[in-house]
Design a protein around this ligand. Structure first.
Ligand code: P6P
Length: 334
């Protein structure tokens, strides 16, 4: 396959399928360029002043890493002047960031986790940026937080960039999933996989096992059955992976199948789970479904969840379709 750049892919998608209007193409290219800048900062590591804590907390009450703040600023500055966005929302910001009046506003709204998995930054394990694109509802410059509270099935696009052994951008606009690898010599994103398909069956699960005693019974029973292996109810042995970086775990599942679980647990019973719906679960659910997988809370499709808060959390079960379906039956059972 001759080298196809991200720009050519987007132009040809628009020409052949009409799914990427000019403003959305500009948005995706701007986000992709911002991810390149974040990749440069991430790759500096100890050589740049980018490791360690920023000395601040985010809306989640989490200590911010310097790279959390840097990545957030890169995405805000890259996207606010182009005229393609009306507003942005970020895991790292309490409230939405409306495009300043000095710039034209566009028809899209961008949500992102600027640097997911930041607990892995200082130990040199893959991390990533996750983004979700919604269409602005209503007209005029007024944008409120409530305009963001749309179910995931309304997303116009979603993607992530994984900063790992390769820097890879994964994208869907609702017509399958494409992967682009950063060619550092030319600085361009090159199409390296198109029509990504997650195997429907798997023998690999991803969950933080240290929380086992806090899980609800359906999750405990599901994992126990996997651990029982070929002599147990599943009749086959399972492998386990947990990177503690959602982007890395999801990328592995897109590449070779598997199921990822971050369920509700009793450590913080008032919270629905750890992961956030609007800029982690929804974009990853869109990507996984577009690759033939499934994404559920355990009891309902993630992309059907009606949001009521910008930073709300949700239990997440996603990956190989048949395994996600099985886990849903454990939740539906006695
Ligand atoms: P734990 C990273 O902080 C994150 O939000 C996801 O990327 C990851 O899957 C999860 O939390 C890891 O959580 O409790 O295993 O550290």
């Amino acid at each position: 396959m001759g080298r196809i750049s991200l720009t050519r892919y987007l132009v040809e998608q628009q020409r052949e399928h009409g799914r990427i209007p000019g403003e959305l193409r500009l948005l995706i290219e701007v986000v992709a360029r911002a991810c390149k800048h974040i990749a440069i900062a991430v790759n500096k590591g100890a050589l740049g002043d980018v490791l360690g804590n920023a000395g601040t907390e985010n809306v989640q009450g989490e200590i911010q890493k310097k790279l959390d703040v840097i990545a957030n600023e890169v995405l805000i500055e890259a996207n606010e002047w182009g005229g393609h966005l009306a507003a942005m929302a970020s895991e790292e910001m309490d409230s939405i960031h409306v495009v300043p009046n000095r710039y034209p506003q566009g028809e899209y709204m961008l949500l992102f986790d600027p640097l997911d998995g930041s607990s892995n930054i200082d130990v040199n394990v893959s991390i990533g940026t996750i983004f979700s694109v919604l269409r602005k509802i209503g007209h005029g410059r007024g944008v409120a937080e409530g305009d963001f509270l749309q179910p995931g099935r309304h997303q116009a696009a979603a993607g992530y960039c994984v900063y790992g052994p390769q820097t890879t951008l994964v994208l869907t606009v609702g017509d399958g999933v494409a992967m682009f690898t950063l060619d550092r010599e030319t600085g361009s994103w090159v199409l390296t996989q198109n029509g990504v398909a997650i195997p429907e069956e798997t023998r690999e699960f991803a969950i933080n096992m240290s929380n086992m005693r806090h899980w609800a019974p359906p999750v405990k029973r599901y994992i126990d059955d996997c651990l029982a292996g070929r002599d147990g109810p599943r009749g086959k042995d399972f492998n386990m992976r947990w990177v503690a970086s959602m982007v890395a775990d999801v990328h592995r599942i897109l590449t070779r199948g598997g199921v990822f679980l971050y369920p509700w647990d009793a450590r913080e019973p008032d919270k629905a789970g750890k992961l956030r719906l609007m800029y982690e679960a929804n974009p990853m659910a869109f990507i996984v479904e577009q690759a033939g997988g499934a994404a559920s809370t355990g009891t309902e499709r993630i992309m059907d969840v009606l949001p009521n808060k910008l930073h709300q959390r949700v239990p997440v079960v996603l990956g190989s379709k048949n395994e996600v379906a099985r886990i849903a039956t454990y939740h539906a059972g006695p």
